[in-house]
Design a protein around this ligand. Structure first.
Ligand code: ADP
Length: 406
């Protein structure tokens, strides 16, 4: 099957076409600056690549552009749109309603719209992408894959805050956890790479990108995830603060005469390693370069980041009463060997030892711990698009070709 994977944001829309049998990426690209002017980047596996300005005043035009290019006789990979069997959409927040992937119907869209106030930045943007695809390909099966769904196995002891219970009952205020698509893919790939049964291992996945989260996956089920009601909780991130005492925010609001939207803008956009480094950078490569040149605040930002990751890993080892695999993934986790080493230095008490040479290698999946390390430490490249394609193909298989089911 050919699966079109769509990740729709407020002004950008990323896409990939994946062959579900070979798991090869046939084409990929991104529509950017939607509603502003429009920029289209596109690449196919035979080598053709495009980067051009294409007017895109809305998401429907963006989807139009990508579909026309995919079906173009010279640059495309399909002869007609009907060759796309399924469209898999990345959807950020499914609340408590969605514990797995779903076929997108009017009812699902209504239920998702109800979740909009849980993720006001992301969900409406996701739905605009869904709507654009439904307009242009009304007969194609669409599957929604939620970033919160994998985390829905968390128990109340992990997902409830120490707030009055009535607010959970009334508004569903609780921890949801995010990056679930990545945590699922990476935890399963780790078990596969190590030749383990995923139902028998305890894995901690450190998804360290611009947004960063950690999950504890015990026997294939998430027991905890460091992000919370929103993706602001947990680790110190590129520009997000992570865990902060709400009392400090009230104090700050009073001192600087700030209202809630202003405070939230500071926490989301001006904090994290960017804020700690006194606005030097949210990019870990730039922070590392600056650290080498004795920029103290850049060094401090990286130090705080690593310390916080190690603390979460330690607490998740306790939450699962042990850990077999610790996996690093996403931009920082996959590429920054110094941060990995620094984090693992804190974890010697778990019997972890790192092979310094292996830690500097690059691969789709690699074990960087020594043979005598009591816990496997791995680096695995995340692949959220492939996970979405797999989920979409599995659901489509059930619906389109039920006869092929075992
Ligand atoms: P997101 O998807 O949340 O935007 P990514 O997973 O793409 O984030 O990660 C982006 C981060 O990865 C950036 O902070 C960038 O600095 C970092 N990164 C990418 N390559 C490297 C590298 N070689 N060394 C250190 N950090 C890197």
């Amino acid at each position: 099957m050919k699966i079109l994977v769509i990740n729709s944001g407020s002004s950008s829309l990323k896409f990939q076409v994946i062959d579900s049998e070979s798991e090869q990426v046939l084409a990929k690209g991104v529509c950017e600056r939607i509603g502003i002017d429009g920029r289209f980047t596109y690449k196919i596996n035979t080598g053709i690549s495009l980067k051009e300005e294409v007017p895109m005043s809305n998401h429907t035009q963006a989807v139009h552009t990508l579909l026309d290019t995919l079906a173009d006789p010279e640059q495309g990979i399909i002869r007609s749109f009907s060759e796309i069997d399924v469209i898999g959409h990345r959807l950020v927040h499914g609340g408590e309603k969605f514990t797995g992937s779903v076929v997108i119907t009017d009812e699902v869209i209504d239920a998702m719209t109800e979740c909009n106030d849980l993720a006001p930045l992301h969900n409406p943007a996701n739905l605009v992408g869904v709507d654009a695809c439904r307009r242009l390909m009304p007969d194609t099966l669409m599957v929604g894959v939620f970033d919160t769904a994998f985390n829905q196995t968390m128990e109340p002891k992990a997902f409830l805050y120490g707030l009055p219970y009535r607010y959970y009952e009334k508004y569903k205020i609780r921890r949801y956890g995010f990056h679930g698509i990545s945590h699922k893919y990476v935890s399963q790939r780790a078990a596969e790479f190590m030749g383990q049964d995923p139902k028998r291992v305890k894995t901690i996945v450190c998804h360290l990108g611009n947004g960063a989260s950690i999950s504890a996956v015990k026997y294939g089920r998430v027991v905890d995830n460091s992000m919370g009601f929103t993706p602001l909780e947990g680790l110190v991130m590129g520009t997000r603060c992570g865990d902060v005492d709400p009392g400090a925010l009230e104090f700050l609001a009073k001192k600087e005469n700030l209202d809630f939207p202003q405070i939230m803008a500071i926490l989301n956009q001006e904090s994290g390693v960017l804020g700690i480094s006194k606005n030097f950078s949210s990019d870990f490569r730039e922070l590392k370069d600056a650290e080498i040149k004795y920029n103290e605040k850049a060094a401090l930002a990286r130090e705080i980041f690593a310390y916080k990751v190690a603390k979460y890993v330690g607490s998740y080892a306790a939450a699962m009463n042990g850990v077999d695999n610790i996996v690093f993934t996403a931009g920082v986790g996959e590429n920054d060997s110094d941060i990995r080493q620094e984090i693992c230095d804190y974890l010697e008490f778990l019997g972890i030892t790192i092979d310094e040479l292996k830690n500097r290698e690059h691969a789709e999946a690699i074990r960087i711990s020594t043979g005598s390390s009591r816990v496997n430490v791995l680096v695995i490249q995340t692949n959220e698009e492939l996970e979405i394609a797999r989920e979409a193909a599995a659901l489509a298989q059930k619906i389109l070709r039920p006869d092929r089911q075992a």
